[in-house]
Design a protein around this ligand. Structure first.
Ligand code: DAH
Length: 342
């Protein structure tokens, strides 16, 4: 019978085909559109009697499927073999250039980790704030000279007349407003840090940017005191900079703390430029203090039962000390020669 004979000769032919080219020749021999041997049988089906067609039709179609499948399988084997031949496993690898986290992000993650280990929670807040949260609730009334400590980007106010005069919108000048937002919704005891971007309407130079980052800290509870603050901050700074870093606590003033202090770190060799520009080998890295009773009153805490400390660290400052960077403007310059060093 013709179909059977074809099957036999195909089986023999495909075994003999040892490469892609001879495989293609086999395909043409059986399935070629014009002269393929099986094609011819399939084309002639319509001339056969019904009885013959019922018998040969299914056989021929089954063989076509079989042939196609066998050809594809064999082709697959050849292709894979060829690919292996194309790969030279002894060639040195090619490094695909990929991006990485910005130095400030890396450092912020490190700070988050350190405080998480000290049992602080990490929360975030809005960059667009109101005058109330950024100033008034933090004991910085309008008209008070202390407001001059924070040069502010005010936003265009909605045309609608504000309901109170301190819901005017601004870009937060510090992360401190999150102290109020958090305390409005939570009861002590708690300890949190708030990393985030802040904005100042200032002339820029090597140590001033209009846009930089802070990490706010707040620990509140019954009996929280300055000794607790000193322990937490020393632990933090020593984990970040190494156990032998020199730290200095200095009295200072911020309206939302009493007493207020600042924390300095002693710069080391390699930072002469930074020292010269600041005329001192000490660089302040944070403002801090014991939370002012007026701040607790703004969130209706009982000032007789509740105490707390707060601090605000400049992230760029930390990076400048840790990596000996002498110009804050480099962080946002987008200069890859700078960014790729970290
Ligand atoms: N918010 C202050 C600033 O931006 C820094 C600061 C000082 C934060 C004292 C505090 C603090 O929480 O207690 O200059």
């Amino acid at each position: 019978m013709k179909v059977d004979a074809l099957k036999k000769s195909f089986t023999k032919d495909i075994k003999g085909a040892q490469d892609v080219k001879s495989l293609e020749a086999v395909r043409i021999k059986y399935l070629g559109r014009k002269d393929g041997q099986l094609t011819k049988i399939l084309k002639s089906l319509k001339n056969l009697s019904v009885v013959q067609r019922r018998k040969i039709g299914p056989e021929a179609n089954a063989l076509r499927q079989e042939i196609e499948k066998a050809l594809n399988e064999r082709l697959g084997i050849f292709v894979v073999k060829q690919q292996h031949l194309d790969i030279d496993v002894t060639l040195p690898g090619k490094k695909i250039p990929i991006g990485h986290l910005h130095i400030l992000t890396q450092l912020e993650n490190e700070v988050r980790d350190i405080f998480s280990r000290l049992n602080f929670s990490v929360v975030e807040g809005p960059e667009v704030e109101t005058e109330y949260y950024n100033f008034d609730a933090l004991n910085i009334q309008s008209g008070h000279p202390a407001r001059d400590m924070w040069d502010t980007f005010w936003l265009n106010q909605p045309v609608v007349v504000p309901t109170t005069d301190n819901d005017k919108k601004l870009l937060r000048t510090h992360t401190s407003p999150m102290q109020i937002r958090f305390m409005e919704k939570h009861k002590p005891p708690f300890q949190i840090i708030v990393p985030g971007r802040v904005f100042r309407y200032e002339a820029t130079d090597a140590s001033h940017e209009i846009n930089f980052h802070q990490i706010e800290g707040l620990m509140v509870g019954n009996g929280v005191n300055l000794a607790n603050f000193k322990y937490v901050i020393e632990t933090f700074l020593r984990q970040l900079f190494g156990a032998d870093i020199e730290i200095r606590f200095r009295p200072s003033y911020f309206p939302f703390v009493e007493p207020g202090l600042e924390v300095d770190i002693k710069l080391s060799s390699g930072q002469e430029k930074l020292i010269a520009s600041r005329k001192s080998e000490w660089l302040e890295v944070m403002g801090a203090g014991m939370v002012h009773p007026n701040v607790f009153r703004a969130v209706s805490y009982d000032t007789n039962k509740i105490q707390g400390f707060a601090f605000g660290v400049g992230l760029e400052r930390l990076a400048m000390i840790k990596y000996k960077i002498d110009d804050i403007r480099l962080f946002h310059s987008g200069d890859l020669r700078f960014i790729n060093q970290f």
